[in-house]
Design a protein around this ligand. Structure first.
Ligand code: GLY
Length: 266
């Protein structure tokens, strides 16, 4: 099935600032420090893969004042050439939105700024092409959900409660037009139950044993997934779609994942 959502033509990414390794937000201290050079090599490959999959990739320069600015998914939610520009849930990240808004406008996307009492990180928003699921989390509040629901009122918006992870998409992501890959963990199972209870459409669930493997990119028929988790890779290998494997060990140490590093535009 071909949904307009599956036909991305453009992507926005942002290079990694030199402050990432020391100052990016993280829920837990990683067992080894972030290797900045390796992070940049892995990110370069990510951008190269995006260039294979969409026509235009806009690469924004980094800003050392914002250690998390590589995670461009969080400052905006784009759908059908409209974008909600978020008040990011963590105060240290608020300034990341302005250059993203400018880049979106240059690409012809209409931007809608949230009211000041609303907060949202794009990592809490799963768009399936038919409906939105938005995680109420440490970063996203009900007013943020309400703003998104009003802006994209042509689609249903459902709220789910995110516990034990940073974002909704830390535990699940789209893996096909009707398929959602979900971490086979108590938190992932809880989210999947909430989705099944509220969804207007029926989705296939692809369970993966590794939490960090549950965040994939599904772009124009290709599934981009993490390479570092052999048991989850076996499950991806059994799917019939085209696949690209990718390592993201370093950004992962700052709770980054594959969807976090791009904004996709149809
Ligand atoms: N390090 C990503 C975030 O916490 O927003």
């Amino acid at each position: 099935m071909s949904l307009p959502w599956c036909n991305f033509t453009k992507a926005i990414v942002r290079q990694i600032p030199s402050t990432l390794a020391g100052a990016a937000l993280r829920r837990e201290e990683p067992t080894s420090p972030i290797d900045l050079s390796r992070a940049r090599t892995q990110h370069d490959r990510y951008v190269k893969v995006l260039r294979e999959l969409v026509e235009t990739v806009v690469v924004l320069p980094p800003d050392d004042a914002y250690p998390d600015c590589v995670f461009v998914e969080d400052p905006a939610v784009v759908c059908d050439r409209r974008a909600v520009v978020c008040n990011l849930g963590h105060a240290s990240r608020r300034g990341e939105a302005a250059p993203i808004r400018d880049a979106l406008r240059r690409l012809g996307v209409s931007c809608f700024d949230m009211s000041s009492d609303a907060t949202m990180d794009g990592g809490d928003v799963l768009f399936t092409g038919r409906e939105f699921f938005v995680g109420l989390s440490e970063r996203t509040n009900q007013k943020g959900v309400d703003f998104l629901a009003t802006t994209f009122s042509d689609y249903p918006t459902h709220t789910v409660s995110v516990k034990d992870s940073l974002h909704l998409k830390s535990l699940l992501s789209m893996a096909g037009p009707s398929a959602i890959v979900v971490a086979d963990t108590p938190a992932g199972k809880n989210l999947w139950q909430q989705i099944v209870q509220s969804a207007a459409h029926q989705y296939e669930c692809i369970w993966v044993p590794d939490e960090k493997a549950a965040n994939c990119l599904y772009i124009n028929g290709t599934l981009v997934h993490r390479a570092e988790f052999p048991n989850s890779v076996k499950i991806f290998e059994s799917l019939s779609c085209r696949r690209i494997e990718m390592s993201a060990t370093e950004l992962s140490k700052a709770d980054g994942c594959l969807t976090c590093c791009s904004l996709l535009i149809t």
